[in-house]
Design a binder for this molecule. Structure first.
Ligand SMILES: Cc1ncc(COP(=O)(O)O)c(C=O)c1O
Length: 378
């Protein structure tokens, strides 16, 4: 089995006998001609399957060690399809403080169709157990929580899910298969917002799903076609191109994140630094056990919201923008962006205060990012 760097670089390497093309073509076709009555090339209509999208799907399945992969128009389109596995009356146990869009989808949309949710502290395995009811069908966690970067105990939760016959779903957006393979730790289904690290260039929205078991893959395939929130061929190609450099980008981004996190801990204007690569981070040891990297997301707290406004205004290279994981560094204020739909009291309880900022470290020179932060903090 080749190493992940090789799988990534060769992702979608085309073997077109006619032209010798190296790059997978963009099959910009909605429909496909049938060879004869009742026959198919394997491609009938692009909502069901498209050759460019299929290459992305095979790639994510290989990277995640899954039996099948699925590509969607966004991370939320992927989650929408995954939540559609459940029925009215079903109950999910979900790690609290998950991406605001995920909780919004559950609390404001799927709740109307009879799905209920209990939120529990990310790292409190006993709380997940206590929240399980007779109608519970799944546990959903993010492999590294947003924005406080808590680390759930994935093997323990996988064992709990198995014991209660629940699906164990891991949103691995913050770590990607390069650093963590949840299916190897017992997850049944992995979701990625590929708009982040996998795409990696802040230029494409995409969502990916990998599954371990063929019976589950069949259900997801059915829903993918039935719901139709699929990834288009142009975006599939862009995503594939981004994924080829994932290993290089992540190595650089992690190295810079470690350096910046260390440096931020020494800055008097910074009250608190959350980065799992810091030995004092509560999830440091656990992440070291279950993943091969600490990621490249740092959250840090300033004195107050005015200080945050000043920082954002003065930054030159680091853009104040939603999203994460791309080559360009971005800074976000979770309280008014990713977690804006949570009530103030709830945000405060989760540690998502007004003075917390989240930095997605890009591939720029770390010293330039440090200089930018230094002048903006000064
Ligand atoms: C952890 C996580 N999951 C899912 C999503 C949703 O993905 P998308 O924006 O591609 O719909 C996001 C988006 O920020 C996210 O951070």
């Amino acid at each position: 089995m080749p190493k992940i760097e090789t799988l990534l670089a060769q992702a979608g390497r085309c073997q077109d006998a006619r032209t010798g093309a190296i790059s997978t073509p963009i099959y910009q076709s909605a429909t496909f001609e049938h060879p004869a009555l009742g026959q198919s090339t394997g491609f009938d209509y692009s909502r069901s399957a498209n050759p460019t999208r299929s290459v992305v799907e095979q790639t994510i399945a290989a990277l995640d060690h899954g039996c099948a992969g699925f590509a969607f128009a966004s991370g939320l389109a992927a989650l929408n399809t995954v939540f559609s596995l459940f029925s009215s009356g079903d109950h999910l146990v979900v790690a609290e403080g998950c991406y605001g869009g995920s909780s919004r989808l559950l609390d404001q949309v799927f709740s109307r169709f009879g799905l209920s949710v209990s939120y529990v502290a990310v790292t409190d395995t006993a709380a997940y157990q206590a929240a399980i009811r007779p109608n519970t069908r799944a546990i959903l966690v993010e492999s590294l929580s947003n924005p406080c970067l808590h680390v759930p105990d994935l093997p323990a939760l996988a064992a709990l899910a198995r014991q209660h016959n629940l699906l164990f779903i891991v949103d691995n957006t913050f770590l990607t298969p390069f650093w963590l393979k949840p299916l190897d730790l017992g997850a049944d289904l992995v979701v990625h917002s590929a708009s982040k690290y996998l795409g990696g260039h802040n230029d494409v929205l995409a969502g990916l799903v990998s599954v371990r078991d063929p019976a589950l893959a069949e259900k997801v395939a059915y829903l993918q076609n039935a719901i139709g929130a699929v990834l288009g061929p142009q975006d599939a190609w862009l995503l594939l191109r981004g994924m080829k450099t994932l290993a290089l980008r992540l190595e650089r981004q992690q190295q810079s994140a470690q350096r910046l996190a260390d440096w931020l801990t020494r800055q008097p204007q910074v009250r608190k630094v959350l980065y799992p690569g810091l030995s004092q981070h509560p999830g440091h040891d656990r992440l070291q056990q279950q993943a091969s990297g600490f990621g490249a997301m740092i959250s840090f707290e300033l004195a107050n919201q005015e200080a945050v406004a000043r920082l954002i205004e003065r930054l030159n290279y680091i853009a104040y923008a939603e999203s994460l994981g791309g080559v360009e560094s971005l800074i976000t204020v979770p309280a008014i962006q990713t977690h804006a739909n949570l009530p103030v009291v709830e945000r405060a309880r989760l540690g998502v205060g007004d003075a917390l900022v989240r930095l997605s470290v890009g591939i720029e020179a770390a010293e330039d990012l440090q200089t930018d932060l230094a002048q903006a903090l000064a």
